[in-house]
Each structure stands twice: as structure tokens, then as C-alpha cells.
Design a protein around this ligand. Structure first.
Ligand SMILES: NC(=O)c1ccc[n+]([C@@H]2O[C@H](COP(=O)([O-])OP(=O)(O)OC[C@H]3O[C@@H](n4cnc5c(N)ncnc54)[C@H](O)[C@@H]3O)[C@@H](O)[C@H]2O)c1
Ligand SMILES: CC(C)[C@H](C(=O)O)[C@@H](O)C(=O)O
Ligand SMILES: [Mg+2]
Length: 363
């Protein structure tokens, strides 16, 4: 029996997670996985309940689980809190507490959604990118951080970007191994022309590359990478990035697929894992049954693949998503003329129905 910790979080979090739960529960029953799902609070929901965005019992639940499924955290009702006390810190402490240093964000094009991308179809048709983002270091966690009023009466605020070579080395290995299983090209993104941290990043990635002679390594400054992702995105295979650059570039890359609501992720550490869509709590559409749950459902597929040893079921979930898109079902963010609009819950139900058809076809 495997244990799954579920943190729905805030905003659209409970809606997308409920929709993805339909899929997870269907697979659990059909595959006889005997999953034990436990629900806990992280983020704003946890602040409202006990004043802490990551209560000790939630961290404990995650530490004892074989995998974690998370919706999203944050929202305007917590905006007045200083950054270090906000809902987002619950998520960051959870990632750090589980040492989930490798965040995999696949940017997969769905041919059915070519018309939903703001880019021309011929630019995105052949895109297949894996963003490998370092997740437990960088300016997110560096000390010192804070804000103060100086002797001159001016307010100052500061964060520290810091990486040591061990942190860079372990994420570089993840990137190179991923590239070996793909098209064997790795582009490392940095700002080595300006920042010491990312100069070290470039040096260490270059050293690690010697152990992977079959992988072609290139380096690109982050500003150029942001531009190239729009100009010629099909040039990329694995994009290896630090924490802050990966955060920004993956939101940008999501637009190639048509919507941020399509991008899943896996955050992996040694023997621990969390699965979450890359998007946030989308307060502007929360509570309206409008959110796209497919990123979360595809994150469940990644959970089946990486944590539950159920590769065949991961593929079935992915095929079910394709089948639903083939049938013309869309949430509002990926809708186009002639397609059939579904809400968050109905989209989850449609994936479950498609999964059942695939299962019947196989038997
Ligand atoms: N992993 C996380 O929990 C996470 C990630 C990013 C942002 N956040 C937090 O979420 C809050 C809102 O942030 P934001 O507005 O900058 O980013 P966001 O990703 O929540 O939303 C950006 C835009 O994308 C849309 N969107 C996002 N997910 C969608 C989905 N599944 N279906 C359809 N549309 C979707 C939203 O409606 C919004 O217009 C903030 O508090 C932020 O810190 C949390
Ligand atoms: C909410 C925030 C802490 C988080 C991040 O910056 O990592 C989010 O933007 C993400 O991409 O998962
Ligand atoms: Mg982000």
C-alpha cells in the first residue's frame, strides 16, 4: 500500500485537485493500487486554520507519504503578509523539507491545441522541451534576506542569490541523464556574464558534461533564452536552469502549449516526490468551475510514472487526455470556435470516461 499526501491549497487548488482526484481514484480502483490518500493543509488554507503556511503535521504527512499531490497556494487575501510569512513560503518550505531539488516541467505540444497557442503553429508544432529546474536553492532560499530602513531613512530590501557546487552538480546530473533518454541536447541557462552564482553554474555544468560525452551541451544567457523560446522554441531539448530562471521560463514556455493550465510538473528528491501543476491559484477564476485541471491530471500521470511504478497507467492517463482533446472538449482557457466547453469537474469526468474506454479496449 502506498500513501499519497494531498494538499489542495488555495484559489482554484481545491477545484483542480478534486478533478484530478477523480482520475487518481479511477486508476487506483482499476489498477488495484491500494493507495491510501490523506488530505492536509498548506498555504493560505493552513494560515487561516493555524497561522502557519506549513503546519508541522502537514510536513510530517508529506515526509511519510510515497508521493505528494499539490494544487496551488496563495491569493490576494494574504497579500498584506510579508513574503516570509505568505502562503508561498509553505510551498517553499515543503519543497525544502522534502529536499525536492529537481523540478521536471515537460512542455509538450498537443496537436489539437495548436490554434490555442499565441505563436504560429509552424513554430510550435515540433516543440518537445523538458525544463529541468533546480528547486531548493538560488535567490529563493539564500541568506541574508529581509527589509529595513537605513540610517538615511530610505527603505531597503535584499535577497541573496547563492548556489554551491554540490547543488549545481546534482541537478546537472538530472539534466544530463534526462537528455540521454531524449534527443541528447542540453542547453544550460545562466547569466554568467553578470552573476557569480551563474558563472559557477556554467563551470560546474561544463565539468559534469564530461561524464556525458553523448550529450551535446550548449550555454545560453537567460535573456536570450527568453527570446529564443518565442523565436524558435523547437531548437530546445532539455533546458537546465536554476530556480528563479526556471520559474520564469517555464511560465513563458507554457504558452507554446496553449495554456499554463496544460503544464504538469514533478519535483523529485532522493526517494521523495511531489506533483503539481506549474500554475498558481488563479484567484481571478477561483470558485467558478472554469480552471483547466489537465495540468494537475497530467501531474497525476507523472506520479504514476515516477512514484507508483505504474508506467502503463501513466500512459493511459496521457492517452485519455489526448482522447478528450480529440473529442473537442475544452476548458475556457484552451477553447476555440467549434469546441465543446467543459467546466473543471466535467473535464475530470471526461478524462475518467476516456480512461475507461481505453481500459476496455485493452482488455
Ligand atoms: N505552485 C503554486 O502554488 C503557485 C504557482 C504560481 C503562483 N502561485 C500563486 O498564485 C497566486 C496567483 O498568481 P498569478 O496570478 O501570478 O499566477 P497564476 O498562475 O495563478 O495565474 C496566472 C493566469 O493564468 C490563469 N490560469 C492559471 N492556472 C490556470 C488554469 N489551471 N486554468 C485556466 N487558467 C489558469 C489565471 O486565471 C491567470 O489569469 C499568487 O499568490 C501566486 O504567488 C502559486
Ligand atoms: C508560488 C511560488 C513559490 C512558485 C515558485 O516560484 O516556485 C510558483 O511560481 C511555481 O512555479 O511553482
Ligand atoms: Mg511559477
Amino acid at each position: 500500500m502506498k500513501k499519497i499526501a494531498i494538499f489542495a491549497g488555495d484559489g482554484i487548488g481545491p477545484e483542480i485537485v478534486a478533478s484530478a482526484r477523480l482520475v487518481l481514484d479511477a486508476v487506483n480502483t482499476a489498477a488495484g493500487l491500494h493507495l491510501q490518500c490523506m488530505e492536509g493543509a498548506v498555504g493560505g488554507a493552513a494560515i487561516d486554520r493555524c497561522g502557519d503556511p506549513l503546519p508541522p503535521e502537514s510536513l510530517q504527512m508529506a515526509l511519510e507519504a510515497d508521493a505528494v499531490l499539490l494544487g496551488a497556494v496563495g491569493g490576494p487575501q494574504w497579500d498584506a503578509l510579508p513574503p516570509a510569512q505568505r502562503p508561498e513560503q509553505g510551498l517553499l518550505r515543503l519543497r525544502k523539507g522534502l529536499d525536492l531539488y529537481a523540478n521536471l516541467r515537460p512542455v509538450q505540444i498537443f496537436p489539437q491545441l495548436l490554434d490555442a497557442s499565441p505563436l504560429r503553429p509552424e513554430l510550435v508544432r515540433d516543440v518537445d522541451i523538458l525544463v529541468v529546474r533546480e528547486l531548493t536553492g538560488d535567490i529563493y532560499f539564500g541568506q541574508p534576506r529581509g527589509s529595513e530602513t537605513g540610517p538615511d531613512g530610505l527603505r531597503r530590501a535584499f535577497n541573496t542569490m547563492v548556489y554551491d557546487e554540490a547543488e549545481i552538480r546534482r541537478i546537472a546530473h538530472v539534466g544530463f541523464r534526462a537528455a540521454q533518454g531524449r534527443r541528447k541536447r542540453l542547453c544550460s541557462v545562466d547569466k554568467a556574464n553578470v552573476l557569480e552564482t551563474t558563472r559557477l553554474w556554467r563551470e560546474v555544468v561544463t565539468e559534469v558534461a564530461r561524464e556525458y560525452p553523448d550529450v551535446t551541451l550548449s550555454h545560453m544567457y537567460v535573456d536570450n533564452a527568453a527570446m529564443q523560446l518565442i523565436r524558435a522554441p523547437a531548437q530546445f531539448d532539455v533546458l537546465l536552469t536554476g530556480n528563479i530562471f526556471g520559474d520564469i521560463l517555464s511560465d513563458e514556455a507554457s504558452q507554446l502549449t496553449g495554456s499554463i493550465g496544460m503544464l504538469p510538473s514533478a519535483s523529485l528528491g532522493e526517494g521523495r516526490a511531489m506533483y503539481e501543476p506549474i500554475h498558481g491559484s488563479a484567484p481571478d477564476i477561483a470558485g467558478q468551475d472554469k480552471a483547466n485541471p489537465l495540468a494537475t491530471i497530467l501531474s497525476v500521470a507523472m506520479m504514476l510514472r515516477y512514484s507508483l511504478g505504474a508506467e502503463a497507467w501513466a500512459e493511459r492517463v496521457e492517452r485519455a487526455v489526448l482522447r478528450v482533446l480529440d473529442s473537442g472538449y475544452r476548458t475556457v482557457d484552451i477553447a476555440s470556435p467549434g469546441t465543446h466547453l467543459l467546466g473543471t469537474r466535467a473535464m475530470g469526468q471526461a478524462v475518467v470516461a476516456a480512461l475507461a474506454q481505453i481500459d476496455e479496449g485493452i482488455r
